[in-house]
Design a protein around this ligand. Structure first.
Ligand SMILES: [Zn+2]
Length: 435
């Protein structure tokens, strides 16, 4: 007997309201009904999974769309309004304005993002600056200022993150020291003031300091040859000194600090599954099994949340970094936008942002798809807060799809959740051994 299902009443989980507005050429109904009765949407049969879960894509015409859902005696009517596409009146062609003379400025807040292009999206981040990093501004484009790092390198920073003023005279490197410890290679660069920098992953790991006196094109490049895969690093100013920490490669899972982040929580439900279950609860269940499994194998686990609590994205990253985690795993279950098909999409996918985390993502994905039998939904680079962290190898795992009836049954199953934790732990162990 199937447990956990209230009764086989016809229930729709998405769209949430019987009258709603959706600006897309298609959407879907997600919900549950009695699997022993035929279900129809506007007279057309819909496949009902053995758990009662269903997902059905429907096309939307401009204006009002009426949908009749029928299962036995039960009947629901949904009216979805698709508004006419708005004409883009703004048609704002942003364009580059170059200044006749450069202007001195400095970053006005911590976490100011230095970008390759004047756009707030995609994979274009070059650095996350702390407050008070001096910059030379030589142009602007839309909401962004262009900074000249040296004679050939330009980068972009959001106007609101910068204050014009100050002194952009070159910094001087006074001294340099190396002080490794058991966990890190540590380099201290003693500057007389802060200066812009970019860290580039690769072998060697490269830190380029700009606007530094006594160097060709005022540019000083520090290189650290790696003997093993890059495995977490940080570079930040402490006062006027720059501290570069490169994490040593772990010998085994034993003693390794791993942060496990159960996505969403509290008022943030995440996605809703066909049978009405909430992503936040499934994420937490998988995360707790993961804590148990990793602890059993000798890792030291830091949980960002252990209950149904609200927690900001930056807070989660901070918890991982303050506890010096070497790996950060954010656990989620997937959903889809209106114009996608919830029956066609299922399986496990893993996101990373920095290249150093890709081999770990690959290893966890192959372990999960092999051991759980979930479809390989790919390893992708994505700009999510939880993976835009270099201190730890940071990956976001979409275990399976909440809104796919097949995946939804797996996600609700305690045994699957346990096996999932084992498969993730195996993936981490395989990654460590692969060196
Ligand atoms: Zn999520």
């Amino acid at each position: 007997m199937l447990t956990g299902i209230k009764a086989f009443a016809l229930e729709v989980v998405y769209p949430q309201k019987t009258m709603t507005v959706i600006s897309s050429d298609s959407t879907f109904f997600i919900g549950s009904s009695n699997p022993n009765l035929p279900l129809t949407v506007n007279g057309r049969p819909v496949k009902v999974h053995r758990t009662g879960a269903f997902a059905q894509t429907v096309r939307l015409n401009n204006g009002k769309n009426i949908f009749n859902l029928e299962s036995g005696e039960e009947k629901l009517i949904y009216i979805i309004d698709r508004p006419l596409p708005l004409l883009n009146l703004q048609n704002q062609q942003s364009c580059l304005k170059e200044y006749s003379a450069p202007v001195s400025a400095f970053t006005a807040k911590d976490g100011a993002v230095l970008r390759q292009t004047p756009v707030d999206s995609g994979i274009n981040r070059l650095a996350h600056f702390q407050k008070d990093i001096p910059l030379i501004i030589d142009g602007e484009n839309g909401d962004f200022l262009r900074t000249a790092l040296n004679s050939t390198t330009k980068a972009w920073i959001y106007k609101g993150d910068v204050q014009t003023a100050g002194n952009s005279a070159p910094a001087a490197l006074k001294n340099y020291e190396r002080q490794d410890n058991a966990e890190f290679y540590i380099f201290n660069f003693d500057f007389d003031k802060k200066t812009p920098y970019i860290i580039q992953e690769g072998n060697p790991l490269k830190v380029t300091f700009y606007n530094t006196a006594g160097n060709p094109d005022l540019t000083y490049v520090f290189e650290f040859p790696l003997t093993r895969k890059l495995n977490g690093y940080s570079g930040r100013f402490e006062g006027s000194g720059f501290v570069l920490k490169i994490r040593k490669y772990p010998a085994s899972l034993s003693g390794l600090k791993i942060a496990v982040d159960a996505g969403h929580g509290g008022d943030e439900f995440g996605a809703a599954g066909c049978l009405g279950d909430l992503e936040k609860n499934i994420n937490l269940a998988v995360s707790k099994y993961l804590e148990e499994e990793l602890t059993k194998r000798g890792a030291s686990v830091i949980m960002t949340r252990t209950g149904d609590t609200d927690l900001g994205l930056q807070e989660r990253v901070l918890i991982a970094n303050e506890n010096d985690a070497g790996i950060l795993l954010s656990i989620h279950a997937n959903s889809l936008p209106d114009n996608a098909d919830p029956n066609a999409n299922r399986g496990t996918s893993i996101y990373y942002y920095y290249n150093q985390a890709k081999p770990l993502a690959d290893s966890i994905l192959s372990s999960m798809t092999q051991k759980l039998g979930t479809r390989d939904d790919g390893v992708r680079q994505g700009s999510f807060a939880l993976v835009r962290n270099t201190d730890a190898l940071s990956v976001l795992i979409e275990v399976a799809y909440m809104i796919n009836p097949y995946d939804n049954e797996l996600l609700r199953d305690r045994n699957f959740q346990k096996q999932c934790a084992k498969a993730i732990a195996d993936g981490i162990e395989n990654y460590i051994k692969s060196e």
